[in-house]
Design a protein around this ligand. Sequence first.
Ligand code: 4NP
Length: 153
Amino acid sequence: MIKIMFICLGNICRSPMAEIIFRDLASKAGLGGDFLIESSATSGENVYNGIGAAVYPPAVRVLASHGLSAAGKRAVRLKRDDYDKYDMFICMDRHNVSDVIRIFGGDKDNKISMLMDYTARPGDVSDPWYTGDFDTAYNDISEGCKGLLDYLK
Ligand code: 4NP
């Protein structure tokens, strides 16, 4: 069992998309049982009184256009003690990486990477919160998830 945590700033757009897309790819490859797949936020912006926000509606819509459901996913914040509970912390951009290193106080077991590292074009996932372009974000995340699954196979 490989335990994967996808991470972005708010856990309402990019990392929930990665969680849902990767779970679907793994399931379609017959490997659903080999992974624990979750996602979380570096910030607490979208968790109020312990209750996380739902996935942002434009992200829900782009997932739905690809036949995927975001039902039930609520934002959660990454915690320091998550470090020993997961094998990989896969960030959407470089700011997430520095925030995650700060939350964990380091990365002694080299568990932190960026999603696009698993593609031929490493770098940040396009951030739809600022671009408004959820299709480009979907395509980046889908390419990253395919590359990640190939890497892990
Ligand atoms: P995400 O997008 O990190 O992909 O979930 C964002 C969501 C919320 C905010 C920023 C980015 N925010 O500032 O609340």
